[in-house]
Design a protein around this ligand. Structure first.
Ligand code: DGL
Length: 292
């Protein structure tokens, strides 16, 4: 089913601040971008929202870079044509650390990306032992290595690429419990002790799926650390671009349209979880990934 509920002219970046009820498209490979959507909606409850998940190609963390660039360009092209957003949030570190330059070159719509929060992590750490927890794709990017070289300052950064956590977050969200041992094994390498006794004290949640598991991480951590979620910073960036809620605009959060490129994941428990998060109406616009 192809949908076009949000017809309307796409505004230039300069005209964005004047848009009375902007349409914001929040995009991820799956459900992780919901953690970003929540913060952005809180900042601009009056906007219209489309949440788009490329579930047909999930997980992005394992895709080769050339495949991922092409995939995101194709999917975003279709979403922009269907929904005419005023702003697109790429709520996915795995995509943002790779595809933002190509997206900005191809489309006039403004993009806000999510990238690993190395700078705030380094500023927060006292032990100077920081961990970057992300997908294998994000950990391997030259963009991520440059971020660490530029912003880690005196901190030593341990990069942990988890092949399974994004899938675990999706399973839990869909009501399929994942046991503690499986989650604990994924986060165990985040916790490092130096020869002089210093221990990791900050972990960057550099995949938007991970805040969905934060309560489990806190419970399973061998010692308490500060977990840094970049989502509030993304909401602030959206406010910088769009401005605040205009006087008189709605202050309650309206329903979000969810759209999926596969839809196989849309079981009843998952639909119920989405409805609880403010995404009650769902559409599937099939886009099978091309075989490489
Ligand atoms: N939510 C995505 C991120 O922030 C990635 C999950 C995946 O598709 O591997 O990196």
């Amino acid at each position: 089913m192809r949908i076009d509920l949000m017809a309307g002219a796409t505004l230039s970046a300069a005209a964005l601040r004047a848009a009375p009820e902007p349409t914001i498209l929040v995009f991820d490979s799956g459900l992780g971008g919901l953690t970003v959507l929540e913060q952005v909606r809180r900042a601009r409850p009056d906007a219209r929202y489309v949440y788009a998940a490329d579930d047909a190609a999930f997980p992005y963390g394992r895709l080769p870079e050339a495949t991922l660039i092409q995939r995101v360009l194709d999917v975003i092209g279709r979403l922009i044509a269907a929904h005419r957003p005023d702003l697109v949030v790429i709520a996915c570190n795995t995509a943002s650390t790779l595809v933002l330059p190509a997206l900005r070159q191809r489309f006039a719509t403004p993009f806000v990306g999510v990238v690993p929060p190395i700078k705030p992590a380094a500023e927060t750490s006292r032990s100077r032992l920081v961990t970057l927890l992300a997908t294998p794709g994000t950990v391997a990017r030259s963009y991520t290595r440059d971020l660490i070289a530029t912003y880690a300052g005196p901190c030593a950064v341990t990069s942990v690429g988890s092949g399974n956590l994004a899938g675990y977050a999706e399973a839990e969200f869909a009501g399929l419990p994942v046991d503690d041992a499986a989650i604990g094994a994924e986060i165990a390498p985040c916790f490092v002790t130096a020869a002089d006794g210093r221990r990791t004290d900050v972990v960057c949640l550099a995949c938007t799926h991970y805040p969905l598991l934060l309560a489990r991480f806190e419970r399973l951590a061998p010692w308490p650390v500060t977990w840094i979620d970049p989502a509030p910073a993304i909401a602030r960036r959206v406010l910088q671009l769009l401005g605040g809620r205009p006087r008189g605009a709605r202050s309650d959060e309206g329903p979000v349209l969810g759209t999926f490129t596969g839809g196989a994941c849309l079981t009843e428990p998952l639909r119920a979880s989405l409805a609880r998060r403010g995404v009650p109406s769902l559409a599937v616009d099939p886009m099978p990934p091309t075989l490489q």
